[in-house]
Structures are given as structure tokens and as C-alpha cells.
Write a protein that binds this ligand. Structure first.
Ligand SMILES: Nc1ncnc2c1ncn2[C@@H]1O[C@H](COP(=O)(O)OP(=O)(O)OP(=O)(O)O)[C@@H](O)[C@H]1O
Ligand SMILES: [Mg+2]
Length: 588
């Protein structure tokens, strides 16, 4: 049991420790960070770790003073149950998952975990970077202890070869145990299983022999997910795992999760995924800071809550109409003076009752409100790419790409993972060098770049300093724009590294607005955003007065953007956009 409660003892189950205590158990957790959990002690490990069969979260409370984030949050996820954790950006979803995984201390409450669990963070790149000197195989196998079992087996095999007759019986006993351990860990089809996951998540081309350190950032993130799925723990804790996957890999993951035998607690803003892969919705209410539970898929949840809301709205309207009617009567009676006093009092009483019983509609979420101003228009030709070639080592990314983008044109770049979309954008911006070819930037072009994975943000800075760095001479405007992106009051002094995923995206977009560019280069700008914010940003960009080059596979977002052209990667073909291409976008 993982106990999280002020001064109580805290224990976390970790593979190497458990190995020594309970040989039959599979390793616990892939949370390597948990090893450093500050209050963990080996001494009380075996005493207090009561392995439950399911996840039980009891009365969790968390405040980032003075702000309350989680208030008395309790729920369970039973074996095999699949729960989706939803809520607006900043509601506290990631914080809750970190508390469960033992990476963050709550202010109160307890967590009981099933025997094995694994966690994937929303920001793998910054929070839990994949590192290591070994191969991809070692890294994946280490999630179940298979790597260690293999080396023990190999050592014993060579010792057996060299042993004298006297040593042999004892050695053979150990050798047999090592063999059994390999069997138990599924050694014989382990390569095949790992390879299946690698190709499913579209890490194509990465072999098990590759060294981890030679992988790109994006590939490492996917590898972290592969390792977790390979481990196949009793409980998977996933924080927006599809953010870095293209549509095909997302679909594969959905299938995988749907068929998964263990329990799942997943945070996602992907409505498709929430509809297919879960059977229970846990909504973190951003006003009450409490958790609301609904049986069924996201659609079921929407019908339930939507219907409830519609009913409340209807009731409220009817009551309001009734009150207005009664008021009129009451006023009329007043004209009759003393003769009708008792009737009037009765009516006023009825009005008072109706008023107090009026349903209170839930508070609507705060909306960001934005527009993207252009300070100065660019020349007619904004950008021209001429015969661009790019390869990374032996792998060709694309060849001979040429195109031109003109003022106010909206170009959406489409292609599978690895088709070189981000690379192309970076070449256009001069951040990466092409092997051959050139990019010509037009007159008076002022570019705003939204990079994947929040690359453009300084994590050690604060919200206000990041924004002031863009527009240092106009503090009032900076505060105004930050306010419209929902950073007001003391929130502007918050450190960037502690912002939630969606808040980081909002800050990056706010910086772009402050700069007033006439060319927006956007790399997947809607990942991390909740549905409401996604629509608002979509609307704002729809009426943007400048030029847009965007990489996205969010079909809804593309509809807002109303692109005139699609650029298909890696072949570099330009197509006039029509809504028939939505299918293509979905697959890209
Ligand atoms: N160390 C901290 N200090 C102050 N505030 C913090 C800290 N860590 C997180 N927060 C705030 O707590 C709130 C909850 O953050 P959390 O990351 O849990 O949100 P989330 O629901 O996962 O949001 P998103 O959908 O954007 O990922 C956010 O408003 C965040 O800014
Ligand atoms: Mg989050």
C-alpha cells in the first residue's frame, strides 16, 4: 500500500526491492523516479505494503497554496476496469495521476495500488527523459526484470560449462531456476512482443539492437510507452499518451487499450479515444475540485450530463415564467388595497418559494478570448522553398521539395509520423539546415512559431517574464493578453515548469499573439488543449489576417482554419483543399 498522508510512513513498490522479498511477484511499477521517493524506506516495505487487487484512492486533498486543486477525491478502479479522467486544462488531472504513481505528495488521503502498475507522464521529455547506455531491447526488457534474468542465465550457462563435477549439482539447481524465471517472464516470444509494440506505435525502423541514446526525442517518448505496454502491469496510468502519436498510431493504441486485460486510468482530451477505450468517466470538476463519476463511455457521459443540464435549463425557464406571471398578479392585487391583502401575501409566498427552488445551473468554464493581430502586412510572396533535400544519416526524410506560399494563404502540411513535417517547418524557419536547396523568405515577413513539446518555453522562467521578454515596453498590454489567456492575478508569477500541459500551450500562444506576426508556423498547436480552448483558438485563427503554415491532424481544427492548400509529405505534392480531404487528414 502506498500511503500518502502528512507524517505517515510512505512506501512504494519497486521492482528491485520486491525481487528480494517476493520472488514470485513480477516487478512493480515502471516509475524509476519513484526510487528516489523521499520518504521511502526498505524497512517498513514488507510490513506496510498490503497489495490490493485494485486501485483505491481515498480522500485525496491537494493545494498549491493558496489554490485548492483536489478536494476529498475518492474513487476506485477495479481489475480490468477502464477509466477516463477528464476535466479542463489546469483542473488537476496530471497532479492526481502523479499522486497515485507516488511522484507527488498529497496534503492528505491514501492510495492503495494493485500489485503492478506503470505510469507515463504528460511531459516525458522534461519530466522523465528516457536515457541509458544500453540497447532498445535492454530498455524495454528492464520493465519486467527480463534483462537481469537473461544475464543471470547467461552467466550460469558459462559457469556450468566450466564447473567441476563437485560444483555441478548446486549449479544445475540454480541454472534450472534461472531457466524457469525466463519462462515465467515470457523470454521466448519477448522479442516478437516488443517488435509488435514498436511497429504498432510507428517506431518503424527502430531495431531492438539500436542504442537508446541514438534515438530522437520523439522516438524516445514513444519508446517509454512501448516499455510500459510491454510490462503489461495490472494498472496502466497514462497521461495524454496520444499527444505525440499520429492518427494511425493513435488508432492502434485505442485498439490495444480496448483489448487490454488490466485496469486503465487514462487522461485524454481525445473524444474518440474516450468513446472507444473506456467504460467509466471520472470528471474532475474545476469549481468544486471534486471528482464526479459516470458509468459508460464519453458519449454516455455527454448524454447523461447534457440531458441533466437541458432539464435544469427547461425547469429554470418554466419557473422564471411562472414567477413573472405571479408578480404581475401580485402588483394588480396591490392596486385593490386592503381588501386583497391575504391573497397577495399567499402569492408573494409562492414567488419566494419558486425563487429559492430555482435550479442553479453549473458555472460555465472560463473562456479564453483571443484574436491574433497582425502588426504589419508582409509582401505578396511569403516563402519559397526550392528543391529541398533532407536526410538523417542513412535515412532519407524527403527529396526535392519545392513550393511557394503567398500572403494570406493557409497551408496545412500532411503526412504520417516520420514524414518530415517538423523537419520541414524547422528548415523553413532556418532552425535546421537542409542538405540541398534553399528557402527564400519574402519582404517584411514576421514569423511566429509554435513548436511541438513546448520547445520555445524557458521552464525556469515565470509566466510574466516569458511574456515580457516578447514585448518588454508595454507591461499593460502584456498583462491584458495574459489575462485573456486566463493568466490573471498571482498566476502570472507561476514558474513555467509547474504549469499544466494546456497552460503551457496557452502561454506559448499568448507569446505569439504579443509578437503580432504576419506568418504563423504552427506545429500541432492543439495537443494538450481541452475541447473548449481548442475551439476558441480555432475560431481565432480562422479569422487571422496573416499567412498560416500548420502541421495538424486535428480535423476539427482544420475546418476552422479553412486551408486553401494541403502539402503532402514526404512527396511534397500540393493539393487544393476540399472537405473530401478530411479522410486523408484523419489518416495522416
Ligand atoms: N508546483 C506548482 N505550484 C503552483 N501551481 C501548480 C504547481 N503544479 C501545478 N500547479 C497548478 O495546478 C493546476 C493543476 O495542474 P495539472 O497539471 O494537474 O492540471 P491538468 O488537469 O493535468 O491540466 P492539463 O489538461 O492542462 O494538462 C494547474 O493550474 C497548475 O498550474
Ligand atoms: Mg495534465
Amino acid at each position: 500500500m502506498l500511503t500518502i498522508n502528512g507524517d505517515e510512513e510512505i512506501t512504494v513498490g519497486i521492482a528491485p526491492l520486491l525481487g528480494a522479498i517476493n520472488v514470485a511477484a513480477t516487478p512493480i511499477g515502471t516509475v524509476d523516479n519513484a526510487l528516489e521517493h523521499k520518504d521511502m524506506t526498505i524497512a517498513n516495505f514488507s510490513k506496510t505494503r498490503i497489495m490490493g487487487s485494485m486501485l483505491q484512492v481515498n480522500h485525496i486533498r491537494l493545494a498549491y497554496e493558496p489554490r485548492l486543486v483536489l478536494d476529498d477525491v475518492s474513487f476506485t478502479v477495479a481489475p480490468g476496469e477502464k477509466a477516463g479522467l477528464i476535466g479542463v486544462n489546469g483542473a488537476g488531472k496530471s497532479s492526481l495521476l502523479k499522486i497515485i504513481a507516488g511522484l507527488l505528495d498529497a496534503d492528505g488521503g491514501t492510495v492503495m495500488l494493485p500489485r503492478t502498475y506503470g505510469y507515463l507522464s504528460q511531459d516525458v521529455v522534461h519530466e522523465d527523459p528516457v536515457a541509458g547506455e544500453g540497447t532498445v531491447r535492454d530498455f524495454i526488457f528492464s520493465s519486467t526484470g527480463l534483462d537481469a534474468a537473461i544475464s543471470t542465465y547467461e552467466e550460469l550457462a558459462s559457469e556450468v560449462g566450466l564447473a567441476t563435477e563437485g560444483e555441478l549439482p548446486a549449479l544445475l539447481g540454480r541454472f534450472e531456476r534461472a531457466q524457469n524465471e525466463l519462462d515465467r517472464l515470457g523470454y521466448y516470444d519477448a522479442d516478437a512482443r516488443a517488435e509488435q509494440l514498436i511497429s504498432g506505435l510507428d517506431l518503424g525502423g527502430v531495431t531492438l539492437e539500436r542504442y537508446v541514446r541514438t534515438l530522437s526525442g520523439g522516438q524516445k517518448t514513444k519508446l517509454a510507452l512501448v516499455r510500459l505496454l510491454f510490462q503489461a502491469p495490472d494498472l496502466l496510468l497514462l497521461d495524454e499518451p496520444t499527444n505525440f502519436l499520429d492518427v494511425e498510431a493513435t488508432a492502434w493504441l485505442m485498439d490495444f487499450l480496448e483489448r487490454y486485460n488490466g485496469a486503465i486510468l487514462i487522461i485524454s482530451h481525445d473524444l474518440d479515444l474516450l468513446d472507444r477505450a473506456i467504460n467509466k468517466v471520472l470528471r474532475l470538476n474545476e469549481f468544486t475540485h471534486k471528482l464526479e463519476e459516470f458509468r459508460g463511455t464519453y458519449s454516455n457521459y455527454m448524454t447523461q450530463t447534457g440531458d441533466a443540464l437541458a432539464l435544469m435549463e427547461r425547469t429554470k425557464k418554466v419557473q422564471e415564467r411562472e414567477i413573472a406571471r405571479l408578480r404581475k398578479t401580485s402588483d394588480k392585487l396591490r392596486g385593490f388595497g386592503a381588501t386583497r391583502v391575504s391573497q397577495r401575501i399567499a402569492i408573494d409566498k409562492r414567488i419566494a418559494t419558486l425563487e429559492t427552488s430555482m435550479p442553479k445551473l453549473p458555472q460555465a468554464s472560463r473562456r479564453i478570448s483571443i484574436d491574433f493581430p497582425v502588426r504589419l502586412a508582409s509582401g505578396r510572396v511569403v516563402m519559397r522553398a526550392e528543391h529541398l533535400f533532407k536526410r538523417y544519416g542513412a535515412k532519407e526524410v524527403f527529396r526535392n521539395i519545392s513550393f511557394q506560399v503567398e500572403r494570406k494563404q493557409r497551408l496545412v502540411v500532411v503526412g504520417l509520423n516520420g514524414a518530415g513535417k517538423t523537419t520541414l517547418l524547422r528548415i523553413l524557419l532556418g532552425l535546421t539546415k537542409a542538405d540541398k536547396g534553399k528557402v527564400i523568405v519574402g519582404d517584411r515577413v514576421r514569423t511566429g512559431y509554435y513548436a511541438q513539446e513546448n520547445e520555445g518555453l524557458d521552464y525556469s522562467s515565470t509566466v510574466i517574464n516569458e511574456a515580457m521578454a516578447v514585448l518588454s515596453d508595454d507591461a499593460k498590454r502584456v498583462r491584458g493578453v495574459l489575462g485573456r489567456f486566463l493568466f490573471s492575478g498571482d498566476r502570472v508569477f507561476q514558474q513555467v515548469s509547474t504549469l499544466s500541459g494546456g497552460e503551457k500551450t496557452r502561454l506559448a500562444l499568448a507569446k505569439m499573439v504579443l509578437d503580432g506576426p504576419n506568418l504563423l508556423v504552427l506545429d500541432e498547436p492543439t495537443t494538450h488543449l481541452d475541447v473548449l480552448s481548442r475551439n476558441i483558438i480555432g475560431e481565432a485563427l480562422g479569422s487571422y489576417y496573416g499567412t498560416i503554415i500548420a502541421v495538424t491532424h486535428d480535423v476539427e481544427f482544420v475546418r476552422y482554419l479553412q486551408p486553401d492548400t494541403l502539402l503532402l509529405m514526404p512527396e511534397g505534392r500540393m493539393l487544393a483543399y476540399s472537405s473530401e480531404h478530411d479522410e486523408l487528414l484523419k489518416r495522416a
